[in-house]
Design a protein around this ligand. Structure first.
Ligand code: BJ8
Length: 382
């Protein structure tokens, strides 16, 4: 086993550390705020002294319980989230003092109404479009409402200084993650897509952000050094795949596994569990609340219309990561990503002139055979 293998093995072994960290923080009286979406402005929660924690949503085991209340033909991410909440199987949900949700897709925002029966909820009203001055003003008001709710719930004052400090640290984390991800820009890439995903997951559940940033920089340095010394872990003839679409994680990681078993390599994730939210920083020169509102409103999510920023981001990432083909992952019953797949296909095949494939899947493992056949044929043609 090389030193680089050890790094990833260590991350796999320590995947439960986030739960211990949150438990210790709770025992010290620190408030926990559960979140589901990358529209949630984490800086505001941290500036109010809370810990923002991403809630569980990627396992099929809780879906049968959710289906006692929610319709079966609903996105698995929504059903899984709700199932975790009602069965108390998500430790981050149990520890949460408040849950923050946004009015993104229809299924999610209606599910939040039921979540509000279990825990205090704060809903941020997301504009349907993001381009007009009024959209920014509306969203900024929502960021202010969140700040006020947190101040009231936690009995604190969120100052400009606290916000600026949190903006700085989150920006540092975004930069460190992007820098780590740049290992996949190398030809051949220095790491596998499964390992890149592991690092994104690990960072999400590392709550001491100073340590996370330090760890990311050290990992990047060690892997880069090994690469410069000639260590090639990924063969150069593997087609380089970019994954776009719905968030990945847990059950949907089956797709990454198959791509890499079939001799492709995932070099980039243009989704909310990957680089999508990390791409833009919060502008540190502006008024903190303006800058936070501006940054989060730019998240290229299919729930907003139009969603041209997604095309721009895809274009940049396809070039930067030297992508050979794009796989669009759509969770069953996710209408917004499903409808958008037509224009993504047009753009990838027409403008970028590289192969495109979309995959509609859920959290079950029933489609493994079919996925293997389709992915294998897709990779073979590159
Ligand atoms: S910013 S992608 S994390 S909303 S997959 S629940 S959209 S039906 S997860 Fe998302 Fe925020 Fe957008 Fe990102 Fe609905 Fe689609 Fe399910 Fe989805």
């Amino acid at each position: 086993m090389s030193k680089v293998d050890d790094i990833f093995e260590n991350l796999r072994e320590n995947s439960k550390n986030g739960v211990i960290e949150i438990k210790n923080a709770k025992e010290k009286g620190i408030k926990v705020v559960g979140t589901y979406c990358v529209f949630t402005p984490w800086e505001v929660i941290s500036a109010a002294g809370g810990i923002p924690a991403t809630l569980c949503s990627t396992n099929e085991s809780t879906i049968p319980d959710a289906e006692k209340v929610l319709p079966r033909n609903l996105c698995p991410l929504i059903k899984s989230s709700y199932g975790f909440a009602i069965t108390d199987k998500c430790p981050y949900f149990s520890f949460s003092d408040l849950i923050v949700g946004e009015t993104t897709c229809d299924g999610k925002k209606k599910m939040y109404e039921y979540l509000g029966r279990i825990k205090p909820m704060h809903i941020m009203q997301l504009p349907q479009t993001i381009e007009r001055k009024e959209d920014f003003e509306m969203w900024k008001r929502e960021v202010v409402y969140l700040k006020e709710r947190l101040e009231k719930e936690f009995g604190v004052t969120v100052t400009e200084e606290k916000l600026s400090a949190q903006i700085k640290i989150r920006n540092e984390e975004r930069k460190a993650l992007k820098d780590f991800a740049s290992l996949s820009k190398l030809t051949p890439p220095a790491i596998y897509g499964e390992e890149l995903q592991l690092v994104f997951n690990h960072t999400k559940f590392g709550f001491d952000k100073e340590s996370v940033i330090k760890e990311l920089k050290e990992m990047k340095k060690s892997i880069k050094e090994a690469y410069e010394n000639g260590e090639r872990r990924v063969s150069g003839d593997r087609p380089r795949i970019l994954i776009t679409g719905c968030p990945m994680g847990g059950a949907v990681e089956k797709i990454i596994k198959i791509i890499e078993e079939e001799k492709g390599v995932v070099v980039c994730y243009e989704n909310c569990s990957g680089i999508k939210e990390k791409q833009d920083l919060v502008d540190e020169t502006k008024d903190p609340m303006d800058a936070i509102a501006e940054k989060y409103l730019k998240v290229p999510c299919s729930c907003t219309s139009p969603n041209e920023n997604r095309i721009d981001l895809l274009s940049t990432l396809i070039e930067e990561y030297h992508v050979d083909g794009v796989i669009d992952v759509i969770l069953q019953a996710c209408h917004t990503y499903n409808v958008e797949s037509f224009s993504i296909r047009e753009f990838v095949k027409g403008d970028k002139k590289i192969p495109y494939m979309n995959i509609e899947t859920d959290y079950s493992q029933n489609d493994l055979g079919q996925l293997k056949t389709r992915i294998s044929a897709f990779i073979e043609m590159m």
